[in-house]
Design a protein around this ligand. Structure first.
Ligand code: 16G
Length: 253
């Protein structure tokens, strides 16, 4: 890469906006986006810390914090005696939006083993949103299962699932796969509607997903139905946007 192009990538007017958060977070996001879009290719070398600070017009501490975060996430690597390089990135996981798959099946298709860390499980009184989504009365009970989902040990998603009690009366039975438990009882959904939005992760959720505060994630709300048309699952999930790529196939009617 030419010196002029390198200077352009890190120039402050390319990445800094007043009021959009601390400089090191903005610089971190900018470098992460440059890696994601291929502007910085696999094995590309970053300028030395002092030069980068000068090009970006920030302190060396700011550079160090942004770089440390990218190293922690595996986007950059420091090679001893050589410098800092873009770590060769694995291809993104492409998720078809037309197939109704569970997290476990989706990961299995990609040769990965999924695990779930249960954050909360139990029966509760439904919130107004859950009543609406699942067609429940205020006096019914709703089963909730909140999980951190990982693939090969890497945190990928946070999922908060709600189901009517008669569909899942013992949420304690959900270990790794919710859909396996539903299938075993003949209650697996056959249709789902999803709503996707982008948002910035909160500090608490970011910590669980190993993402810095404020990074963009995908939020997907799934309402899933039995063949009878009855809604039996409402799941809100946060998915790491650096790992997931959701693809929808469209056809002319
Ligand atoms: C997927 C679903 C989620 C469902 C989960 C079940 C999306 C966006 N969401 O993550 O709604 O609850 O799979 O997976 O695809 P499991 O059977 O592995 O628990």
């Amino acid at each position: 890469m030419t010196q002029a192009k390198t200077a352009q990538i890190y120039a402050p007017d390319h990445w800094y906006r007043a009021g959009r958060g601390p400089r090191y977070v903005q610089l971190y996001r900018h470098i992460a986006a440059a890696i994601g879009s291929g502007v910085l290719e696999n094995d590309a070398q970053l300028p030395p810390e002092r030069d980068l600070a000068e090009l970006a017009d920030v302190s060396r501490v700011t550079v160090r914090k942004a770089v440390a975060q990218l190293v922690a996430e595996g986007q950059l690597e420091q090679r001893r005696g050589a410098g800092t390089f873009v770590r060769p990135q694995p291809p993104k996981l492409v998720h078809s939006l037309s197939a109704l798959l569970s997290f476990t099946e989706y990961m299995r298709q990609r040769g990965k083993t999924s695990t779930s860390q249960i954050l909360r499980r139990g029966l509760f009184l439904p919130s107004p949103d859950e009543q609406m989504a699942l067609g429940l009365a205020g006096s019914d009970r709703v089963a909730r299962v909140d999980r951190l989902r990982s693939a090969d040990g890497v945190p990928m998603a946070l999922e908060w699932s709600s189901l009517p009690q008669d569909i899942l009366d013992d949420p304690e039975r959900v270990e790794t796969s919710l859909y396996d438990v539903l299938r075993a009882r003949g209650n697996a959904p056959t249709r789902a509607v999803q709503r996707i939005t982008a948002l910035n992760v909160t500090a608490a959720d970011g910590q669980l997903l190993h993402l810095p505060d404020g990074v963009a994630v995908l939020r997907i709300d799934r309402t899933a139905y039995l063949p009878s048309g009855r809604p039996i699952e409402f799941t809100r999930g946060l998915y790491r946007s650096d790992i997931y790529d959701f693809v929808a196939e469209l056809r002319l009617e």
